[in-house]
Design a protein around this ligand. Sequence first.
Ligand code: SF4
Length: 624
Amino acid sequence: MMANGYNGTVLRIDLTNEKTEKVPVEAEFLRAYLGGGAIGTFYLHKETTAQTDPLDPENVLCIAPGVTTGAAVSGVSRCSVTALSPLTGMVGDSQAGGAIGPMIKRAGYDALVITGRADRLVYLWIDGGQVQIRNAGHLSGSKTSALLDSFDSELEGKGWSIIQCGPAGEKLVRFACLMVDRNDVAGRTGLGAVFGSKNLRAVAVRGQNDLNFADPEGLKRLAQKAAKAIPDAAFPATLQKYGTPGVVGFQAESGNFATHNYSKGFTTEYMQLSGETYAADLGAGGTTCFGCAVRCRKRVKADKPYPLSEDLGGPEFETLGLLGSNLDITDPAAVARANQLCGEYGIDTISMGGLAGYVFECLEKGLISDNEIDGVALGFSKPEGLFKLIEKTGQREGIGDILAEGFNAAVEKFGKATKDLAIHVKNQGLAVHMPQVKPSQALMYAVCPIGPDHQSCEHDWLLDAGGDDCLGLGIVGQGDRDSTNLAKVRMTINSQFYYSLLDSLCLCMFCWGPGNLFTYRELEDLLRFTTGWDCTFFELMKAGERRVNLMRQLNAKRGFTREHDCLPARVFEPLPDGPSKGKHVDRDSFAEMLDNYFNMIGWDPQTGNPSSGKLKELGLEWSI
Ligand code: SF4
């Protein structure tokens, strides 16, 4: 019998043959994989080969909410998108907020699985049980907000949620992202280009079914408890007030705010980019993901010098770093404008900022000549040049066409001498959290199955703080923020499994991360109230571990090994000044962390790939 919370149905769409099919799924399968990114990785592993190119029609694109999605509880309604990544060649996976997850659930599906390639630009129209593949030729090249304006009159009635690639996705920019409605993004791993490769511009979904949860009263109690707890919960309270820009002050004062193409961790002008400044000078209120009382999604507005649309949202912390301090741009309106331009084209702001930093430093050092940049005035502290570079990348024009392929192609074009200025792992740019300052992130950026990602494990504060938040994940031993010892590796692994669990359930780390709004016991409660299953935390953590192993095993099938788990050269150099002066990744300690990571997690220390014993333990013998 199907558990509460699930529909027991996956909607399959074959764009090549224009066929759709509603496929039943078993409760046993859902209990093992839960939903979200884990289901997506399952289909990817089953249906692609080692030779499948991420831009081939055979790539499998999965858009999946979680079992809790649609419950009126804070932080339970995000949505995962999974496919082979055109940027890294490995698993691609990214989560978005907004209403798309709840709409898919209420339309009657646990996942949308999309294969093939349409013979013209199309969009998917899903109104509950009715599914159509519609012509989108008239939307070709339109900015993301223009598409939404057009859908306002084109779609029948109200209540739709839309996930789309922008013009950058249509042009197969390898770090194109997916925009959800007007204010949410599945930013990383280039999934917008997968939409583009399938000639799929958008998916519009409307669902009106009631969701069937096992204990609605229990869910209500959890929701009320969380809403009351926000003012006393340090991180969620900051988010409610300022959104993620609220952490700029703390991170910059820790020297963890990538500056001047990652060569520094601090700018004296950081307060210009703080949540406090945005709220005071450009603030236009906030929005929220479905059912979340935190309401961390902040809006901005301005007319000049840079027009900002309050519909399109303001920059998040990562964007403030990568399109701001990392490019020596500290005018808050300029960074907000660059963020909105990226949103209009559907470009990941983190990768765009990393590539811009690379180009600007190459120019500064004379490694790229002026005639290679199409006559645009590019460089650090030049917002107008950045805007132009974003547009050229979104349209694949001139230098933008080179950058659209990612770091490796840019280094090939501009020469080996530029290699050390390219701050990436496996062709994906680093997030603003600096490996020089955070050993857990040094390790995770190197080994993470979806490329460098700052939300795939907890950061170093957890071991430093100790207590129940730490012990509850089975992390024993002492350590502090700087330590690289066994306890730090244990912390990285166990919290990686926990974060993987959150991505399988499509829960938001801002609410469900250690020490935020809910306890681990309340996570057990959430599953019981949603499904009726009497899940233990042990079982749930195993599900998180299962997804991590399945992703890494899929990458192994595609030829990735420990050899690929490297960091850019710059992070091994001591930072020159600021609060993190002297901090760097020590080569010997990093190699030891890697050895310990592979030994502890049960993967072959030589290849870095999951052992057959570990895969069998997790019920993944079919993947060997
Ligand atoms: S905390 Fe913010 S990102 Fe997370 S679910 Fe709530 S509104 Fe969305």
